[in-house]
Design a protein around this ligand. Structure first.
Ligand SMILES: [Zn+2]
Length: 479
Protein backbone atom coordinates (compact mmCIF):
# COMPACT_ATOMS: atom_id res chain seq x y z
CA UNK A 1 0.00 0.00 0.00
CA UNK A 2 2.69 2.47 0.98
CA UNK A 3 4.19 2.57 -2.48
CA UNK A 4 0.96 3.11 -4.37
CA UNK A 5 2.23 6.25 -6.07
CA UNK A 6 5.54 4.73 -6.97
CA UNK A 7 4.08 1.54 -8.34
CA UNK A 8 1.63 3.36 -10.59
CA UNK A 9 4.36 4.46 -12.95
CA UNK A 10 5.74 1.11 -14.05
CA UNK A 11 2.22 -0.22 -14.68
CA UNK A 12 1.33 2.71 -16.90
CA UNK A 13 4.60 2.39 -18.78
CA UNK A 14 4.06 -1.32 -19.18
CA UNK A 15 0.55 -1.02 -20.57
CA UNK A 16 1.68 1.65 -22.99
CA UNK A 17 4.52 -0.59 -24.18
CA UNK A 18 2.20 -3.50 -24.81
CA UNK A 19 -0.53 -1.61 -26.55
CA UNK A 20 0.95 1.17 -28.58
CA UNK A 21 3.07 0.22 -31.58
CA UNK A 22 3.60 3.19 -33.85
CA UNK A 23 1.96 3.13 -37.30
CA UNK A 24 5.46 2.91 -38.74
CA UNK A 25 6.04 -0.29 -36.81
CA UNK A 26 2.80 -1.70 -38.09
CA UNK A 27 3.86 -0.95 -41.65
CA UNK A 28 7.19 -2.62 -41.11
CA UNK A 29 5.37 -5.73 -39.87
CA UNK A 30 3.21 -5.72 -42.92
CA UNK A 31 6.15 -5.38 -45.32
CA UNK A 32 8.38 -7.99 -43.83
CA UNK A 33 5.67 -10.58 -43.39
CA UNK A 34 3.48 -9.57 -46.28
CA UNK A 35 2.81 -13.13 -47.36
CA UNK A 36 0.89 -13.72 -44.12
CA UNK A 37 -1.00 -10.45 -44.10
CA UNK A 38 -4.45 -10.59 -45.72
CA UNK A 39 -5.72 -7.13 -44.84
CA UNK A 40 -3.59 -4.04 -44.41
CA UNK A 41 -5.41 -0.89 -45.42
CA UNK A 42 -5.75 2.45 -43.62
CA UNK A 43 -9.51 1.91 -43.34
CA UNK A 44 -11.18 -1.51 -43.30
CA UNK A 45 -14.88 -2.33 -43.09
CA UNK A 46 -16.05 -5.79 -42.07
CA UNK A 47 -19.66 -5.86 -43.22
CA UNK A 48 -22.61 -8.25 -42.75
CA UNK A 49 -20.94 -9.91 -39.79
CA UNK A 50 -22.36 -11.55 -36.74
CA UNK A 51 -20.67 -9.88 -33.78
CA UNK A 52 -20.27 -11.22 -30.26
CA UNK A 53 -18.62 -8.21 -28.72
CA UNK A 54 -17.28 -9.68 -25.47
CA UNK A 55 -19.24 -7.38 -23.17
CA UNK A 56 -21.79 -10.07 -22.43
CA UNK A 57 -24.35 -8.45 -24.74
CA UNK A 58 -26.26 -10.86 -26.99
CA UNK A 59 -24.87 -11.61 -30.45
CA UNK A 60 -25.90 -9.16 -33.16
CA UNK A 61 -26.21 -9.96 -36.86
CA UNK A 62 -25.90 -7.67 -39.88
CA UNK A 63 -23.09 -5.69 -38.27
CA UNK A 64 -20.33 -3.54 -39.68
CA UNK A 65 -17.03 -3.14 -37.87
CA UNK A 66 -15.02 -0.18 -39.12
CA UNK A 67 -11.28 -0.21 -38.46
CA UNK A 68 -9.10 2.85 -38.95
CA UNK A 69 -5.40 2.36 -38.40
CA UNK A 70 -4.96 0.28 -35.26
CA UNK A 71 -8.34 1.23 -33.76
CA UNK A 72 -11.97 0.21 -34.04
CA UNK A 73 -13.67 3.37 -35.24
CA UNK A 74 -17.25 2.17 -35.22
CA UNK A 75 -19.35 -0.94 -34.77
CA UNK A 76 -23.08 -1.30 -35.32
CA UNK A 77 -25.83 -2.36 -37.73
CA UNK A 78 -24.83 -2.12 -41.41
CA UNK A 79 -27.30 0.65 -42.08
CA UNK A 80 -25.98 2.80 -39.25
CA UNK A 81 -22.24 2.61 -39.84
CA UNK A 82 -21.15 4.81 -42.74
CA UNK A 83 -18.39 3.13 -44.72
CA UNK A 84 -15.96 5.69 -46.15
CA UNK A 85 -15.28 5.55 -49.90
CA UNK A 86 -11.62 4.65 -49.35
CA UNK A 87 -12.33 1.68 -47.08
CA UNK A 88 -11.35 -1.83 -48.03
CA UNK A 89 -14.60 -3.74 -47.66
CA UNK A 90 -14.73 -7.38 -46.60
CA UNK A 91 -18.14 -8.98 -46.80
CA UNK A 92 -18.28 -11.19 -43.72
CA UNK A 93 -21.62 -12.87 -44.43
CA UNK A 94 -21.61 -16.22 -42.64
CA UNK A 95 -18.79 -15.22 -40.32
CA UNK A 96 -18.61 -14.34 -36.64
CA UNK A 97 -16.46 -11.51 -35.30
CA UNK A 98 -15.28 -11.70 -31.69
CA UNK A 99 -12.64 -9.79 -29.72
CA UNK A 100 -9.07 -11.04 -29.87
CA UNK A 101 -8.66 -13.66 -27.15
CA UNK A 102 -6.63 -12.80 -24.08
CA UNK A 103 -4.92 -16.00 -22.93
CA UNK A 104 -3.89 -15.90 -19.31
CA UNK A 105 -2.01 -19.18 -19.05
CA UNK A 106 -0.22 -19.15 -22.35
CA UNK A 107 3.33 -20.36 -21.98
CA UNK A 108 6.03 -19.55 -24.50
CA UNK A 109 7.20 -23.13 -24.12
CA UNK A 110 5.64 -26.53 -24.68
CA UNK A 111 6.08 -29.93 -23.11
CA UNK A 112 4.89 -33.12 -24.72
CA UNK A 113 5.42 -36.71 -25.66
CA UNK A 114 7.95 -38.68 -23.68
CA UNK A 115 9.62 -35.93 -21.65
CA UNK A 116 10.17 -33.41 -24.44
CA UNK A 117 10.28 -29.67 -23.81
CA UNK A 118 11.01 -26.73 -26.08
CA UNK A 119 10.64 -22.97 -26.29
CA UNK A 120 8.20 -22.26 -29.13
CA UNK A 121 9.21 -18.71 -29.95
CA UNK A 122 8.69 -19.37 -33.65
CA UNK A 123 5.76 -21.77 -33.94
CA UNK A 124 3.97 -21.09 -30.66
CA UNK A 125 3.69 -17.36 -31.11
CA UNK A 126 2.40 -17.73 -34.67
CA UNK A 127 -0.04 -20.40 -33.60
CA UNK A 128 -1.43 -18.27 -30.80
CA UNK A 129 -2.07 -15.41 -33.18
CA UNK A 130 -3.49 -17.62 -35.94
CA UNK A 131 -5.85 -19.21 -33.42
CA UNK A 132 -7.24 -15.82 -32.43
CA UNK A 133 -5.19 -15.20 -29.30
CA UNK A 134 -4.00 -11.60 -29.65
CA UNK A 135 -2.68 -11.12 -26.10
CA UNK A 136 -0.97 -13.63 -23.84
CA UNK A 137 0.33 -13.72 -20.32
CA UNK A 138 2.98 -16.42 -20.22
CA UNK A 139 2.30 -17.40 -16.58
CA UNK A 140 5.54 -19.17 -15.70
CA UNK A 141 8.73 -18.81 -17.72
CA UNK A 142 11.42 -21.41 -18.31
CA UNK A 143 13.47 -18.87 -20.24
CA UNK A 144 12.57 -15.37 -19.07
CA UNK A 145 15.09 -13.61 -21.29
CA UNK A 146 13.82 -15.45 -24.33
CA UNK A 147 10.33 -14.22 -23.49
CA UNK A 148 11.47 -10.64 -23.07
CA UNK A 149 13.36 -10.77 -26.35
CA UNK A 150 10.42 -12.34 -28.18
CA UNK A 151 8.09 -9.67 -26.84
CA UNK A 152 10.49 -7.02 -28.11
CA UNK A 153 10.74 -8.64 -31.52
CA UNK A 154 6.96 -8.84 -31.87
CA UNK A 155 6.52 -5.23 -30.82
CA UNK A 156 9.17 -4.01 -33.24
CA UNK A 157 7.86 -6.03 -36.16
CA UNK A 158 10.63 -8.62 -36.27
CA UNK A 159 8.50 -11.58 -35.26
CA UNK A 160 4.86 -12.62 -35.61
CA UNK A 161 2.83 -13.15 -32.47
CA UNK A 162 0.45 -11.79 -29.88
CA UNK A 163 1.01 -8.91 -27.46
CA UNK A 164 2.88 -10.39 -24.51
CA UNK A 165 2.85 -10.03 -20.75
CA UNK A 166 5.94 -11.95 -19.76
CA UNK A 167 6.60 -13.72 -16.49
CA UNK A 168 9.59 -14.29 -14.24
CA UNK A 169 10.86 -17.76 -13.39
CA UNK A 170 8.50 -20.08 -11.50
CA UNK A 171 8.71 -19.53 -7.73
CA UNK A 172 8.57 -22.83 -5.89
CA UNK A 173 10.09 -24.98 -3.16
CA UNK A 174 12.87 -27.53 -3.23
CA UNK A 175 10.80 -30.14 -5.07
CA UNK A 176 10.40 -27.92 -8.12
CA UNK A 177 11.79 -28.93 -11.50
CA UNK A 178 15.25 -27.92 -12.73
CA UNK A 179 13.88 -24.99 -14.72
CA UNK A 180 12.27 -23.33 -11.68
CA UNK A 181 13.57 -21.09 -8.92
CA UNK A 182 13.66 -23.39 -5.87
CA UNK A 183 13.30 -20.81 -3.15
CA UNK A 184 15.05 -21.10 0.16
CA UNK A 185 13.12 -18.60 2.22
CA UNK A 186 11.38 -15.22 1.85
CA UNK A 187 14.54 -13.17 1.26
CA UNK A 188 15.37 -15.14 -1.85
CA UNK A 189 11.81 -14.63 -3.07
CA UNK A 190 12.18 -10.87 -2.64
CA UNK A 191 15.57 -10.70 -4.35
CA UNK A 192 14.38 -12.67 -7.36
CA UNK A 193 11.16 -10.71 -7.78
CA UNK A 194 13.04 -7.42 -7.57
CA UNK A 195 15.53 -8.49 -10.21
CA UNK A 196 13.04 -9.80 -12.76
CA UNK A 197 10.58 -6.96 -12.22
CA UNK A 198 13.39 -4.57 -13.09
CA UNK A 199 14.27 -6.64 -16.16
CA UNK A 200 10.71 -6.30 -17.43
CA UNK A 201 8.67 -9.26 -16.21
CA UNK A 202 5.16 -8.04 -15.47
CA UNK A 203 3.85 -11.09 -13.61
CA UNK A 204 5.21 -13.91 -11.48
CA UNK A 205 3.83 -17.37 -10.99
CA UNK A 206 4.19 -19.17 -7.69
CA UNK A 207 4.13 -22.93 -8.01
CA UNK A 208 3.07 -26.07 -6.14
CA UNK A 209 5.65 -26.27 -3.35
CA UNK A 210 6.07 -22.63 -2.32
CA UNK A 211 5.59 -21.86 1.40
CA UNK A 212 3.26 -19.22 2.79
CA UNK A 213 6.22 -17.12 3.96
CA UNK A 214 7.83 -17.17 0.53
CA UNK A 215 4.56 -16.48 -1.26
CA UNK A 216 3.75 -13.58 1.04
CA UNK A 217 7.22 -12.08 0.50
CA UNK A 218 6.99 -12.50 -3.27
CA UNK A 219 3.57 -10.83 -3.41
CA UNK A 220 4.70 -7.99 -1.19
CA UNK A 221 7.85 -7.36 -3.22
CA UNK A 222 5.95 -7.65 -6.50
CA UNK A 223 3.39 -5.07 -5.46
CA UNK A 224 6.13 -2.70 -4.32
CA UNK A 225 7.60 -2.99 -7.80
CA UNK A 226 4.32 -2.48 -9.64
CA UNK A 227 3.95 -6.08 -10.85
CA UNK A 228 1.63 -8.94 -9.94
CA UNK A 229 1.55 -12.54 -8.80
CA UNK A 230 -0.57 -15.49 -9.78
CA UNK A 231 -0.14 -19.10 -8.70
CA UNK A 232 -0.59 -22.75 -9.48
CA UNK A 233 -0.88 -23.81 -5.85
CA UNK A 234 -0.87 -26.90 -3.70
CA UNK A 235 1.14 -26.35 -0.49
CA UNK A 236 -0.84 -23.14 0.07
CA UNK A 237 -4.64 -23.10 -0.15
CA UNK A 238 -6.62 -20.52 -2.13
CA UNK A 239 -7.95 -18.76 0.95
CA UNK A 240 -4.46 -18.52 2.42
CA UNK A 241 -3.14 -17.07 -0.83
CA UNK A 242 -5.96 -14.53 -1.02
CA UNK A 243 -5.15 -13.45 2.54
CA UNK A 244 -1.53 -12.95 1.46
CA UNK A 245 -2.70 -10.60 -1.31
CA UNK A 246 -2.41 -12.75 -4.44
CA UNK A 247 -3.73 -11.20 -7.67
CA UNK A 248 -5.01 -14.24 -9.61
CA UNK A 249 -5.28 -18.04 -9.17
CA UNK A 250 -4.63 -20.63 -11.88
CA UNK A 251 -6.41 -23.89 -12.77
CA UNK A 252 -9.54 -23.71 -10.58
CA UNK A 253 -10.48 -26.64 -8.39
CA UNK A 254 -7.72 -29.02 -9.37
CA UNK A 255 -4.99 -26.82 -7.86
CA UNK A 256 -6.82 -25.99 -4.64
CA UNK A 257 -5.84 -28.40 -1.86
CA UNK A 258 -7.81 -26.67 0.89
CA UNK A 259 -10.76 -29.08 0.74
CA UNK A 260 -8.54 -32.07 1.49
CA UNK A 261 -9.11 -33.30 5.01
CA UNK A 262 -5.49 -34.16 5.73
CA UNK A 263 -4.10 -30.81 4.51
CA UNK A 264 -1.23 -29.55 6.66
CA UNK A 265 0.20 -26.03 6.45
CA UNK A 266 2.90 -25.55 3.79
CA UNK A 267 2.60 -29.13 2.57
CA UNK A 268 1.32 -30.31 -0.77
CA UNK A 269 -0.65 -33.50 -0.13
CA UNK A 270 -0.15 -35.92 -3.05
CA UNK A 271 -3.41 -36.98 -4.65
CA UNK A 272 -5.42 -34.39 -2.68
CA UNK A 273 -7.96 -34.03 -5.49
CA UNK A 274 -8.82 -37.68 -5.93
CA UNK A 275 -11.76 -37.39 -3.55
CA UNK A 276 -13.05 -34.15 -5.02
CA UNK A 277 -15.71 -35.90 -7.10
CA UNK A 278 -18.09 -35.68 -4.13
CA UNK A 279 -17.34 -32.05 -3.24
CA UNK A 280 -20.41 -29.82 -2.85
CA UNK A 281 -19.74 -26.65 -4.82
CA UNK A 282 -22.76 -25.00 -3.20
CA UNK A 283 -21.55 -25.95 0.29
CA UNK A 284 -20.03 -23.58 2.84
CA UNK A 285 -16.37 -24.54 2.25
CA UNK A 286 -16.36 -23.84 -1.46
CA UNK A 287 -18.56 -20.79 -1.14
CA UNK A 288 -16.15 -19.38 1.48
CA UNK A 289 -13.31 -19.65 -1.06
CA UNK A 290 -15.41 -17.90 -3.68
CA UNK A 291 -16.41 -15.17 -1.23
CA UNK A 292 -12.77 -14.47 -0.32
CA UNK A 293 -11.73 -14.34 -3.96
CA UNK A 294 -14.62 -12.11 -5.01
CA UNK A 295 -14.27 -9.72 -2.05
CA UNK A 296 -10.57 -9.32 -2.84
CA UNK A 297 -10.97 -9.08 -6.60
CA UNK A 298 -9.03 -12.27 -7.30
CA UNK A 299 -9.91 -13.83 -10.64
CA UNK A 300 -9.71 -17.54 -11.44
CA UNK A 301 -8.00 -18.76 -14.61
CA UNK A 302 -9.67 -21.74 -16.24
CA UNK A 303 -7.35 -24.16 -18.02
CA UNK A 304 -9.80 -26.98 -18.65
CA UNK A 305 -8.13 -28.29 -21.77
CA UNK A 306 -4.87 -29.32 -20.08
CA UNK A 307 -6.91 -31.46 -17.68
CA UNK A 308 -9.40 -32.75 -20.22
CA UNK A 309 -6.63 -34.33 -22.31
CA UNK A 310 -5.91 -36.61 -19.33
CA UNK A 311 -9.44 -37.82 -18.60
CA UNK A 312 -10.22 -41.46 -19.47
CA UNK A 313 -13.28 -42.06 -21.63
CA UNK A 314 -13.35 -38.65 -23.29
CA UNK A 315 -13.59 -38.45 -27.12
CA UNK A 316 -10.30 -38.74 -29.06
CA UNK A 317 -8.01 -35.72 -29.31
CA UNK A 318 -8.87 -33.66 -32.42
CA UNK A 319 -6.79 -34.80 -35.42
CA UNK A 320 -5.87 -31.17 -36.13
CA UNK A 321 -3.64 -31.26 -33.03
CA UNK A 322 -1.54 -34.09 -34.44
CA UNK A 323 -1.42 -32.34 -37.82
CA UNK A 324 0.50 -29.35 -36.54
CA UNK A 325 2.91 -31.16 -34.21
CA UNK A 326 6.29 -32.34 -35.40
CA UNK A 327 5.60 -35.89 -36.67
CA UNK A 328 7.78 -37.70 -34.13
CA UNK A 329 6.19 -35.76 -31.28
CA UNK A 330 2.70 -36.30 -32.71
CA UNK A 331 3.31 -40.05 -32.63
CA UNK A 332 4.31 -39.98 -28.98
CA UNK A 333 1.43 -37.71 -28.01
CA UNK A 334 -1.05 -39.92 -29.85
CA UNK A 335 0.22 -43.00 -28.08
CA UNK A 336 -0.11 -41.39 -24.65
CA UNK A 337 -3.53 -39.91 -25.47
CA UNK A 338 -4.88 -43.25 -26.62
CA UNK A 339 -3.52 -45.00 -23.53
CA UNK A 340 -5.20 -42.47 -21.21
CA UNK A 341 -8.47 -42.19 -23.15
CA UNK A 342 -8.78 -45.95 -23.19
CA UNK A 343 -7.70 -46.53 -19.58
CA UNK A 344 -9.86 -48.53 -17.25
CA UNK A 345 -11.31 -46.26 -14.56
CA UNK A 346 -9.93 -48.58 -11.86
CA UNK A 347 -6.39 -48.29 -13.23
CA UNK A 348 -5.70 -44.93 -11.60
CA UNK A 349 -4.40 -43.55 -14.90
CA UNK A 350 -5.31 -39.96 -15.65
CA UNK A 351 -7.83 -37.69 -13.93
CA UNK A 352 -10.99 -39.45 -12.72
CA UNK A 353 -13.97 -38.30 -14.83
CA UNK A 354 -16.00 -37.34 -11.77
CA UNK A 355 -13.17 -35.10 -10.52
CA UNK A 356 -12.89 -33.46 -13.93
CA UNK A 357 -16.65 -32.95 -14.01
CA UNK A 358 -16.44 -31.31 -10.60
CA UNK A 359 -13.80 -28.91 -11.91
CA UNK A 360 -16.32 -27.75 -14.54
CA UNK A 361 -19.01 -27.33 -11.89
CA UNK A 362 -16.61 -25.40 -9.68
CA UNK A 363 -15.87 -22.84 -12.37
CA UNK A 364 -19.52 -22.45 -13.27
CA UNK A 365 -20.45 -22.01 -9.60
CA UNK A 366 -17.67 -19.44 -9.16
CA UNK A 367 -19.16 -17.28 -11.91
CA UNK A 368 -22.69 -17.74 -10.53
CA UNK A 369 -21.36 -16.46 -7.19
CA UNK A 370 -20.09 -13.33 -8.93
CA UNK A 371 -16.48 -14.30 -9.61
CA UNK A 372 -14.36 -13.30 -12.59
CA UNK A 373 -13.32 -16.29 -14.66
CA UNK A 374 -10.70 -15.91 -17.38
CA UNK A 375 -9.01 -18.65 -19.42
CA UNK A 376 -5.75 -19.92 -20.86
CA UNK A 377 -4.38 -23.03 -22.52
CA UNK A 378 -1.38 -24.20 -20.49
CA UNK A 379 0.41 -26.07 -23.32
CA UNK A 380 2.16 -28.49 -20.98
CA UNK A 381 1.65 -32.00 -19.65
CA UNK A 382 1.93 -34.64 -22.36
CA UNK A 383 1.31 -32.10 -25.11
CA UNK A 384 -2.16 -32.63 -26.56
CA UNK A 385 -3.15 -29.00 -25.86
CA UNK A 386 -0.81 -26.95 -28.05
CA UNK A 387 -0.67 -23.14 -28.08
CA UNK A 388 -3.76 -21.59 -29.65
CA UNK A 389 -5.46 -24.85 -30.56
CA UNK A 390 -5.82 -25.56 -26.85
CA UNK A 391 -7.30 -22.11 -26.28
CA UNK A 392 -9.84 -22.88 -28.96
CA UNK A 393 -10.66 -26.20 -27.30
CA UNK A 394 -11.33 -24.31 -24.05
CA UNK A 395 -14.20 -22.58 -25.87
CA UNK A 396 -15.88 -25.96 -26.35
CA UNK A 397 -15.12 -27.16 -22.82
CA UNK A 398 -16.51 -23.99 -21.25
CA UNK A 399 -19.70 -24.54 -23.28
CA UNK A 400 -19.80 -28.03 -21.77
CA UNK A 401 -19.43 -26.48 -18.33
CA UNK A 402 -22.74 -24.72 -18.94
CA UNK A 403 -21.78 -21.27 -20.16
CA UNK A 404 -23.37 -19.78 -23.28
CA UNK A 405 -21.19 -18.86 -26.27
CA UNK A 406 -21.67 -15.20 -25.38
CA UNK A 407 -20.43 -15.87 -21.84
CA UNK A 408 -17.48 -17.92 -23.07
CA UNK A 409 -16.37 -15.16 -25.42
CA UNK A 410 -16.45 -12.74 -22.49
CA UNK A 411 -14.45 -15.14 -20.31
CA UNK A 412 -11.82 -15.64 -23.00
CA UNK A 413 -11.43 -12.00 -23.99
CA UNK A 414 -12.81 -9.21 -21.80
CA UNK A 415 -12.17 -10.99 -18.51
CA UNK A 416 -8.56 -11.70 -19.38
CA UNK A 417 -8.11 -8.05 -20.33
CA UNK A 418 -9.59 -7.05 -17.00
CA UNK A 419 -7.16 -9.24 -15.06
CA UNK A 420 -4.25 -7.73 -16.98
CA UNK A 421 -5.56 -4.20 -16.39
CA UNK A 422 -5.87 -3.43 -20.11
CA UNK A 423 -9.65 -3.57 -20.43
CA UNK A 424 -9.83 0.11 -21.38
CA UNK A 425 -7.91 -0.76 -24.55
CA UNK A 426 -8.68 -4.35 -25.60
CA UNK A 427 -10.99 -7.26 -24.81
CA UNK A 428 -14.22 -6.16 -26.48
CA UNK A 429 -15.39 -5.11 -29.94
CA UNK A 430 -16.03 -1.51 -28.96
CA UNK A 431 -15.47 1.76 -30.82
CA UNK A 432 -12.27 3.41 -29.66
CA UNK A 433 -10.49 0.23 -28.61
CA UNK A 434 -7.47 -1.34 -30.27
CA UNK A 435 -8.51 -3.37 -33.32
CA UNK A 436 -7.73 -6.84 -31.95
CA UNK A 437 -10.42 -9.01 -33.56
CA UNK A 438 -11.02 -12.55 -34.70
CA UNK A 439 -13.07 -13.41 -37.78
CA UNK A 440 -14.31 -16.99 -37.67
CA UNK A 441 -16.03 -18.88 -40.46
CA UNK A 442 -19.54 -19.87 -39.44
CA UNK A 443 -21.91 -18.89 -36.67
CA UNK A 444 -20.06 -19.90 -33.53
CA UNK A 445 -23.27 -20.04 -31.50
CA UNK A 446 -24.63 -22.79 -33.71
CA UNK A 447 -21.42 -24.64 -34.63
CA UNK A 448 -20.11 -24.59 -31.06
CA UNK A 449 -16.44 -24.07 -31.87
CA UNK A 450 -14.01 -21.33 -32.90
CA UNK A 451 -11.56 -23.46 -34.86
CA UNK A 452 -11.99 -21.95 -38.28
CA UNK A 453 -10.26 -18.61 -37.87
CA UNK A 454 -10.08 -16.72 -41.18
CA UNK A 455 -8.55 -13.37 -40.22
CA UNK A 456 -7.01 -12.34 -36.96
CA UNK A 457 -6.58 -8.61 -36.54
CA UNK A 458 -3.94 -7.41 -34.13
CA UNK A 459 -3.50 -3.66 -33.89
CA UNK A 460 -5.51 -3.28 -37.08
CA UNK A 461 -3.44 -5.65 -39.23
CA UNK A 462 -5.44 -8.60 -40.53
CA UNK A 463 -3.37 -11.77 -40.51
CA UNK A 464 -4.27 -14.66 -42.77
CA UNK A 465 -4.85 -17.36 -40.17
CA UNK A 466 -4.69 -20.46 -42.43
CA UNK A 467 -1.43 -19.27 -43.98
CA UNK A 468 0.12 -18.66 -40.58
CA UNK A 469 -0.92 -22.13 -39.48
CA UNK A 470 0.60 -23.65 -42.61
CA UNK A 471 3.86 -21.84 -41.85
CA UNK A 472 4.32 -23.78 -38.59
CA UNK A 473 2.83 -27.15 -39.54
CA UNK A 474 5.16 -29.91 -38.43
CA UNK A 475 7.27 -27.54 -36.33
CA UNK A 476 5.15 -27.29 -33.22
CA UNK A 477 6.99 -28.91 -30.36
CA UNK A 478 10.49 -28.32 -31.70
CA UNK A 479 11.01 -24.61 -32.40
ZN1 LIG B 1 1.28 -23.51 -16.47
Amino acid sequence: MRSFRLSLLPIVALVAAVLAPSPAEAQRVARQFQQYVAVDAPVVALTNAKVIDGTGAPAATGQTVLIRGDRIEAVGPNERVAVPADAEILDMTGHTVIPGLVGLHNHSYYTGGNGRAAQLSFSGSRLYLASGVTTIRTTGARAPYEELNLKNEIESGRAIGPSMFTTGPYLTGEQGSQTMARLDGPEEARRLVRYWAEEGASWFKAYTWISRDELGAAIDEAHENGVKVTAHLCSVGYREAVALGIDNLEHGLLANSEYYEGKRPDECPPGFRNGYGSLDVDGPEVQATFRDMIDNDVAMTSTLVVYEISVPGRPPIDERVYDILAPEIAAEVRQIAERIRGANLESGIGIPPDVYQKALEYEYAFVQAGGTLAAGVDPTGYGAAPPGYGDQKNFELLLEAGFTAVEVVQIMSANGAKVLGIDDEVGTVTAGKIADLVVIEGDIESIGHIQDTRYVFRHGIGWDAPKLIDSVRGLVGIR
